[in-house]
Write a protein that binds this ligand. Structure first.
Ligand SMILES: Nc1nc2c(ncn2[C@@H]2O[C@H](COP(=O)(O)OP(=O)(O)OP(=O)(O)O)[C@@H](O)[C@H]2O)c(=O)[nH]1
Length: 791
């Protein structure tokens, strides 16, 4: 559920204030920022200026030192030859020269090539001879063969700081004989005074150091003996840096510039304190700040006022929206007539409110017409929404519970029934119960609770839906009772009844499974059919089962060995066809019924026996004989054998009956059949056609002789007295045999063959009875019989 949008009541004031402060701040910052940019540029200009100025000063000092070197070189060149050879003359000459150059050099001295001080323009030291051996300026002059300016050094006599300018004195052979040194006392030389005009500003100053950082000259008194070690960038300058930089030390920030002298490698530095360098700019900055502050205040106020004025329609729209939401005002107040964005916004709100109203009405109509109780309950378990179902199911007005808790609305008992569902819903879980009884326990209800989870995953409430499912419950109970009845019937029927699913597993099975197969019905569901029937029976049933699953029912017989009994079952498979969609159907399973056909089969087999055998004598009757004769005739033609058919009749049987009665007649018939069966081959089949008429089907007879031997044997066997209830009786029989060859052409009919045998019998009777007559088939009609009279 969405959280309601909260309009800030002072949005307009806050926006106006924010814009005012932004404008004020921006205006305030603009001036100082501009001054900062100017200061940055000015620094670059001043730095470059300082460097140019210092370069000029360095050039000047280079000129100065080169002039001193030239002056000393000229002096050395001007040394007369006698002064070179005579130390006293040299001393006098130097004294005069020292007087000449007194402004530039405090003293001029001459050192011999071995370093010994030979002469000095000032007074010669007397106490101890001085030597320049090992001194860098001396050694370097000898090495280079030209004059140099020494690094600052301290006089061994006066202790004053000085530098020496040297020049070699050559003899006529170009060899150095003396090294002249002109001494410049740093205390008095004041190199920097000569370039003082190039000093930066009034508080800035220049300073001069040797290449190793020894201070040569500085206007700052206290630093005359020590190098300006804390000068910003000094370390870099000692490593060759030339240029300007800005740095700070205990004296404050300053622009410091460095330049090296080309003659000596000395470092000339200038320090220009920022306090002086940027003093005009600081004044400008103060002025800019004041002016920017005033301007910013005016601009900020103006911006604040303009925004407030511009947002006044939005404020009005906000009030109207609040009136619609909280005071029930009509949405028409939102349809502003303005022709700008606010008007457009207002009209859009108006349309939205209208659409929302229509949607809410639709939702309400749907909710009210659903046959269920629908409610929304907040986190505090208070009803926020209820539908008309409350009226129908509970009998309370639809809005009666709004604002009340579930406990207040339904009472303790009703709340207790719902409490597990409410707890589940507030945990964020769906709840569902089906068997909630109404207060009077006459109705069944199904209740669902669905949690309302916001975008942050918190449960803010839940929906409740309750339905009256009494009718469905009653239907379920009725169905259960009906199923119970069906089950009772199925369990008491002497048939196997079961349901087989598509995987050939049992659905259910009736109690007969227990009786016939020893399987409890409760164990059947899920069992595989192979497990139930055993593999052979299952394999036999599978093709029919496949057929049934293709939608075609099947009925078939199948033997089953179980529980020590052999049964013949007649199975019927009925497909359980279920609709799938509108047009297609599918077989979901197969209903199977199995009847025990064992007894029926046994009775059937008895009937077959009865139908094919003579009940009095037990040998084949006319029906079976007919079947066997047909088959024998087929064999005759196929195997080209000779078949014989003997036709027998008891002589004067009527007289036996008449004399001794039917019972004795029956005894004679049975004994006759017995003897007949006993005297022919097992492949020959005796049969009783009717009364005292018998036949014997003789297979594969080799010829007439053999037929006659068989006939004679029969006649002989019968001739022996019959033991009957009336005592021994003499019985004879007449026999007519016909032989049928395997010939081409149409096969003779059974009646024809019987007719031929009957004709032979007739001949035997006619010939005096108690004998046998054999006839070939082709002789059957009108041919005299070959009688085999009784012996
Ligand atoms: N006991 C008894 N008699 C039967 C049965 N069926 C037929 N008969 C009698 O058998 C007699 C048959 O006689 P026939 O074959 O016609 O004549 P016959 O006396 O044998 O004379 P010939 O055949 O010429 O020697 C009749 O009297 C029948 O009633 C039977 O099942 N049992």
């Amino acid at each position: 559920m969405r959280r309601p949008i909260t309009f800030s009541t002072n949005l307009r004031s806050r926006l106006a204030g924010a814009v005012g402060v932004l404008v004020l701040g921006a205006t305030m910052l603009a001036g100082p920022l501009a001054v900062d940019v100017a200061e940055h540029d000015l620094r670059a200009v001043l730095g470059a200026q300082q460097y140019a100025s210092l370069s000029g000063a360095a050039a000047f000092l280079d000129d100065l030192l080169e002039a001193r070197l030239r002056q000393m070189a000229a002096l050395a060149a001007a040394m007369p030859a006698d002064a070179r050879n005579d130390p006293r003359r040299l001393q006098a000459w130097l004294a005069n020269r020292t007087a000449d150059v007194g402004d530039e050099f405090i003293n001029i001295a001459a050192f011999a090539r071995n370093g010994e001080l030979v002469a000095s323009g000032a007074s010669m030291p007397t106490a101890q001879p001085l030597t320049a051996t090992g001194r860098p300026y001396f050694e370097e002059t000898l090495l280079r063969g030209r004059g140099i300016v020494s690094d600052p050094l301290q006089s061994r006599l006066s202790g004053a700081n000085m530098v020496l300018v040297t020049a070699p004195v050559f003899d006529d052979h170009g060899e150095i004989v003396y090294v002249l040194t002109g001494r410049i006392d740093l205390q008095h030389a004041r190199f920097l005074r000569q370039v003082d005009a190039l000093r930066p500003g009034s508080t800035g100053y220049l300073f001069l150091m040797s290449a190793d950082g020894t201070l040569i000259d500085s206007p700052v008194r206290e630093r005359q003996t020590a190098p300006p070690a804390d000068q910003p960038g000094l370390g870099r300058a000692l490593h060759g840096f030339e240029g300007w930089l800005i740095g700070g030390d205990r004296d404050g920030a300053a622009i410091v510039t460095y330049k090296r002298l080309t003659t000596t490698g000395w470092i000339l530095g200038a320090r220009y304190p920022e306090a002086e360098a940027f003093a005009p700019l600081a004044r400008v900055r103060r002025t800019v700040l004041v002016v920017a502050g005033i301007l910013a205040l005016v601009a900020g106020l103006l911006a604040w006022w303009l925004v407030r004025r511009g947002l006044r329609p939005l404020d009005a729209l906000h009030r109207n929206v609040a009136a619609v939401r909280h005071e029930g005002a009509g949405s028409e107040v939102l349809a502003l007539a303005r022709n700008d964005e606010i008007g457009e916004l207002g009209r859009a709100f108006h349309d939205l409110v209208q659409a929302r109203g229509r949607a809410a009405a639709r939702m309400r109509a749907i909710a009210d017409n659903v046959p269920a109780v629908i409610a929304y309950v907040d986190r505090d378990e208070r009803f926020e929404f209820t539908n008309a179902g409350f009226d129908r199911m509970i009998g309370s007005a639809p809005d009666a519970f709004i604002g009340h808790t579930v406990r207040e609305a339904l009472g303790e008992a009703g709340y207790a029934r719902l409490e597990p569902l409410i707890r589940a819903a507030l945990r964020g879980e769906h709840g569902h119960v089906e068997d909630v009884r109404s207060d009077d326990a006459t109705r069944h209800q199904m209740i669902d609770t669905i949690p309302d989870i916001d975008a942050d995953g918190r449960v803010v409430g839940f929906f409740v839906m309750a339905m009256d499912i009494s009718e469905r419950k009653e239907a379920e109970l009725a169905q259960a009772a009906s199923e119970q009845r069906l089950r009772l019937i199925a369990d008491n029927l002497p048939v196997l009844i079961c349901y087989i699913d598509r995987n050939h597993r049992m659905g259910f099975g009736n109690a007969t499974f227990q009786a016939w197969l020893g399987l409890e019905p409760v164990r059947l569901p899920g069992m595989h059919l192979q497990e139930v029937l055993g593999k052979p029976a299952y394999d036999a049933a599978r093709p029919r089962l496949r057929q049934a699953f293709e939608g075609v029912g099947a009925t078939f017989e199948m033997p089953l060995q179980a529980q020590g009994r052999h049964r013949i079952l007649e199975w019927t498979f009925v497909p359980d066809v279920q609709a799938q969609g509108r047009v297609s159907v599918a077989v979901a399973g197969v209903y199977a019924l199995a009847h025990d056909m064992t007894r029926v089969k046994e009775a059937e087999s008895r009937l077959v026996q009865m139908a094919r055998f003579d009940s009095l004598t037990g040998i084949a009757n006319r029906r079976l004989f007919g079947e066997l004769l047909g088959q024998a005739l087929e064999r005759v033609r196929r195997q080209r054998q000779v078949m014989g058919l003997a036709y027998l009749d008891i002589d004067h049987f009527k007289a036996i009956n008449d004399t001794w009665g039917h019972g004795v007649g029956d005894e004679v018939l049975k004994e006759f059949a017995q003897r007949l069966a006993g005297c022919v081959r097992v492949t020959d089949t005796p049969a009783r056609l009717a009364g005292d008429e018998f036949v014997v089907l003789l297979e594969d007879v080799k010829g007439i002789d053999e037929a006659e031997r068989i006939g004679a044997k029969i006649v002989e066997v019968i001739r022996k007295p019959f033991a009957t209830g009336a005592g021994p009786l003499d019985v004879t029989a007449s026999v007519g045999i016909t032989l049928v060859h395997g010939i081409d052409g149409p096969l003779p009919t059974q009646d024809q063959v019987l007719g031929w045998a009957d004709t032979a019998l007739y001949a035997a009777k006619h010939g005096g009875r108690n004998r046998c007559v054999v006839r070939l088939a082709e002789e059957a009609v009108g041919v005299p019989a070959t009688g085999v009279p009784a012996q």
